[in-house]
Design a protein around this ligand. Structure first.
Ligand code: ATP
Ligand code: MG
Length: 474
């Protein structure tokens, strides 16, 4: 994701090397050498991220963070500071910086933080149009009854402080809906902090959410302000909440009940005023039965529940979605007049969509590449679908050959997300062999793979591996 970044740094050689790293990623970097100059520019121009040094002529980094946060509360700001001034970095997060970098840092650390700031800036700033097939990147497409009901629910809950649990299968648009709720809420001018609970290792998640004090655990060299504290006054979006571990579930429940957080390593209660939105693709009722999800937390979270329909429940939306993605990717890929033939659209409507809108989006993208410069026809769609759905087990290729081919397709733009594709390709085989070897004993197979039993069962269902015949051992 390319971003427009303002870099405020007075040291010319540091500025030059940071600019080099960022531009190499495709970012558009603007430079300011003084704090006051940087503040003025950031106030008058829109940047996805403002990256500022601490010690600056004209106006210090800390004052800049405070002033800019007051003027533009949703502006992601990253403060760069030298080791030994960690207290300042903490002060900066309190004043509204979304993160900080301790010098010296690696290029990758910088790029990671920038990427997450860009993502949060995108989540916060773009308008959401509901039910309109306009070309806006974040439009929610769909005029079906099922989607109209969703728009009504968004309208009903957005302006309330209610905790909302958004449910739905993978790719149904949960993140999009969370953003719509936020943008239609009375906190739309305040920060929106998104945390993907599944993407953060268990050991780090608690400190990510609630922060920690210096010395709270080995390696906690400085105090850290957690995401809840940062979201104070605004909204936090807890994505993949079904993946929280038991410990964090308990802490989250307390936060929801008491509206206070405790940093790790401290008993002090810090009041937080945060609107909570959560999402999961998991079946939480099953997770509760399996004692993997707390029932009390489930009730606390699901004060309002919005359940998104699968794409197959609303095939009448497929034509609008297809046209929307064709226009969007057509523009992105530089295709002159991207189009699709009506037979191809009708065929898409008859297909199963286990990956829902995300899968449709991918198929359209690939079909566009295959068809260009012509309109997508039935044959293109069938070819792309056949390729995407070829069962992994059919392939007798060696892994190395498979990876070679995958990377070649990624390079030519025919495929994307190589990592996810490789996992999707190999995973069914892993589960099938494990369950066979365990003679159908799911608990044992799950233990071998190092996954939860819930996950085991979900995967077996997903891959059609007869999860019904469960042999449990004690
Ligand atoms: N109604 C819709 N209109 C337009 N685009 C949509 C719609 N629903 C989903 N999308 C698009 O589909 C993709 C997946 O959506 P999103 O990430 O919100 O799904 P999700 O439910 O969070 O999936 P997961 O459970 O896999 O995280 C995104 O690119 C999103 O823009
Ligand atoms: Mg999601």
């Amino acid at each position: 994701m390319k971003a427009k970044i303002l870099l405020i740094e007075d040291d010319a050689s540091t500025a030059a090397s940071l600019e080099k790293v960022l531009s190499a990623e495709g970012h558009d970097v603007q430079l300011a050498a003084r704090g006051d100059e940087g503040l003025t520019r950031a106030q008058h121009e829109d940047f996805q991220v403002v990256l500022t040094d601490l010690r600056l002529p004209g106006l210090g980094g800390l004052e800049l963070v405070a002033a800019l946060h007051a003027a533009k509360p949703k502006q992601p700001i990253i403060l760069m500071t030298a080791h030994g001034t960690t207290e300042t970095a903490i002060e900066a997060t309190k004043r509204g910086a979304c993160d900080y970098l301790l010098k010296p840092f690696e290029a990758d650390e910088l790029l990671d933080l920038v990427a997450s700031a860009v993502a949060s800036s995108r989540l916060m700033s773009e308008p959401v149009e509901m039910g309109e097939s306009n070309a806006d990147r974040s439009a929610i497409i769909g005029k079906s009854r099922a989607m109209q009901a969703i728009y009504k629910e968004i309208g009903r809950v957005a302006a309330t402080p209610a905790t909302v649990l958004i449910r739905g299968a993978t790719g149904t648009g949960k993140e999009l809906i969370a953003r719509a709720i936020y943008l239609h809420s009375d906190r739309a001018d305040k920060p929106f902090i998104a945390v993907n609970c599944a993407a953060i290792p268990d050991a780090l998640l608690e400190s990510e959410l609630f922060g920690h004090e210096r010395g709270a655990f080995t390696g906690a060299q400085a105090r850290r302000i957690g995401r809840f504290e940062q979201a104070h006054g605004g909204t936090i979006f807890l994505d993949e909440i079904g993946d929280l571990n038991a410990n964090t579930q308990g802490k989250l429940l307390r936060v929801l009940q008491e509206r206070c957080i405790q940093r790790l390593g401290s008993e002090a209660n810090i009041p937080v005023d945060v609107r909570v939105l959560a999402a999961t693709h998991r079946n939480l009722e099953t997770a509760i039965q399996e004692k993997e999800f707390r029932e009390d937390l489930y009730y606390r979270l699901g004060v309002v529940t919005i359940t998104l329909p699968s794409l197959n429940e609303r095939p009448e939306d497929i034509p609008d979605l297809a046209k929307y993605f064709i226009r969007r990717y057509g523009r992105e890929l530089g295709i002159e007049s991207p189009a699709v033939q009506p037979e191809a659209v009708s065929y898409l409507q008859t297909q199963p969509w286990p990956g829902n809108v995300r899968e449709l989006e991918n198929i359209i993208r690939q079909a566009l590449l295959l068809a260009r410069p012509f309109a997508i026809n039935l044959d293109h769609v069938q070819q792309v679908l056949a390729k995407a759905r070829k069962p992994a087990t059919e392939s007798s290729q060696t892994h190395a050959a498979y990876i070679t081919e995958l990377l070649a397709r990624v390079r030519s733009g025919e495929a994307q997300d190589a990592y996810a594709q490789m996992i999707a390709h190999l995973e069914p085989e892993l589960y099938q062999q494990a369950i066979q070897l365990a003679q159908g004993n799911q608990a044992r197979a799950a233990r071998w793979l190092g996954v939860t039993r819930l996950k085991m069962r979900e995967k077996l269902t997903e891959f059609g591996l007869h999860p019904g015949r469960e042999g449990r051992s004690k």
